[in-house]
Design a protein around this ligand. Structure first.
Ligand SMILES: [Zn+2]
Length: 399
């Protein structure tokens, strides 16, 4: 099998690959990445080559090697994803950056008509050298699993709103679930997996930015994962993990959502005995207030008030008072213990991604996502956090 290997080295002599520290860079995620879409590759590389003392750019592609620099002639034939990655690394101006890419050889006249293989390549910027690790040709597809095959592997509730689960979607779910430990799987698989219509794209943004899945948890409906039409091919350029075992980004997105659920594990466990009564009483309360607001007759409102009172009495009999309900509501809104513990552990250090700065919940989910999809990256960056996950610190129940 042919493999594309890109090397950018400080010397014209046979460049050596160095393996420096490797870092996950969350800033490489789509929003910033897409800012570079459409930028002329040649301009990016000219900037690169003028800002660094880079003497050669060597591309070895199926069919033989080509020296791309010098001269600049020929840069257009470099895979655009690689050009963007190099540009991003320089843009961030941090040593030890790492970026994972799925790249295809630059099309030439002979290869343009061919279906070119994709190769996972990790570019590592270290000092003046861009080192490269690459894996074998990667067929970026998920295993197809039928519903019965999936359910024979996982004891979960698969719900359908208005779109059937497809076999590659179930393969994607299977891959994401398989990355969790048994204790984490036990939390996640208690939660219904609901296949729903595709959400609208965020305001003014491209369709590709709408989510693949979300974890939602409230007192009305309890916890559930909502899976939208997964754009299984939505990111054809980036992978996560080692080049020898690359994971497509939607797997990481699902693991991120699983992370939210795992952080909420203790509060979910505490509320679950009461949840049916809580959601029934909330529904009745909303119904009776809507009727009262619309001037409905008392005998129309009365059955809903009765239902509400009955459910609240049932809750009180189980030891769940109105004050307790308020406390639960507040706890759902507040950071979970695992999220606070991770914040405290990371302290003032740089967070794992830009998105991790959103709040404690996203910080936890981003770190969890990286730890389950690329543990070596967390071990390099935050060895104490890796230990914490290993020892189950994120699953500890508060006293
Ligand atoms: Zn999130």
């Amino acid at each position: 099998m042919s493999v594309l290997l890109l090397m950018l080295a400080a010397s014209l002599a046979a460049p050596e690959l160095t393996e420096g520290p490797r870092y996950f860079q969350g800033a490489f995620k789509r929003p910033i990445y897409s800012e570079l879409e459409g930028r002329p590759l040649e301009k990016n590389l000219r900037e690169l080559l003028s800002t660094r003392q880079v003497a050669s750019l060597v591309v070895t592609a199926p069919g033989g090697a080509q020296i791309a620099y010098p001269p600049l002639k020929g840069l257009r034939t470099l895979n655009p994803a690689v050009g963007r990655a190099i540009r991003l690394m320089l843009w961030n101006q941090q040593p030890g950056l790492e970026m994972d890419l799925l790249i295809t050889p630059a099309p030439s006249e002979e290869t343009a008509a061919m279906k070119l293989p994709r190769v996972p390549v990790t570019l590592i910027w270290e000092g003046e050298t861009l080192a490269v690790e690459h894996g074998p040709v990667f067929d970026a597809r998920y295993p197809a699993l039928s519903v019965s095959e999936f359910l024979s592997r996982w004891d979960v509730t698969l719900e359908i709103e208005n779109n059937d689960w497809t076999e590659p979607e179930l393969g994607l779910l299977d891959q994401a679930l398989s990355l969790l430990t048994p204790a984490e799987q036990a939390i996640v698989t208690q939660i219904p997996f609901r296949r729903v219509a595709k959400p609208p794209p965020p305001d003014g943004r491209h369709d590709s930015e709408s989510p693949v899945a979300v974890f939602a948890f409230d007192l009305d409906n309890g916890a559930r994962f909502e899976f939208y039409r997964p754009r299984i091919d939505r990111d054809r350029t980036v992978f996560r993990g080692e080049p020898s075992a690359p994971l497509l980004m939607p797997v990481a997105v699902l693991v991120h959502e699983f992370g939210h659920a795992i952080a909420s594990g203790p509060i979910m466990a505490e509320i679950s005995p009461y949840l049916d009564d809580i959601s029934t009483s909330f529904l009745a309360y909303r119904k009776l207030t809507a009727l009262a607001d619309s001037g409905a007759a008392p005998d129309e409102i009365a059955p809903w008030r009765t239902r509400y009172d009955e459910r609240m009495a049932a809750l009180a009999a189980q030891g769940c008072s109105e004050d307790q309900l308020d406390a639960y509501l507040n706890r759902i809104r507040e950071p979970d213990p695992a999220e606070l513990a991770l914040d405290a552990l990371v302290g003032d250090r740089q967070r794992v991604s830009e998105y991790a700065y959103s709040d404690a919940a996203e910080h936890f989910a981003e770190m969890f996502e990286l730890y389950r999809t690329d543990p070596a990256a967390v071990e390099r960056l935050y060895p104490d956090v890796a230990d914490w996950f290993d020892q189950g610190g994120h699953l500890a129940r508060p006293d």
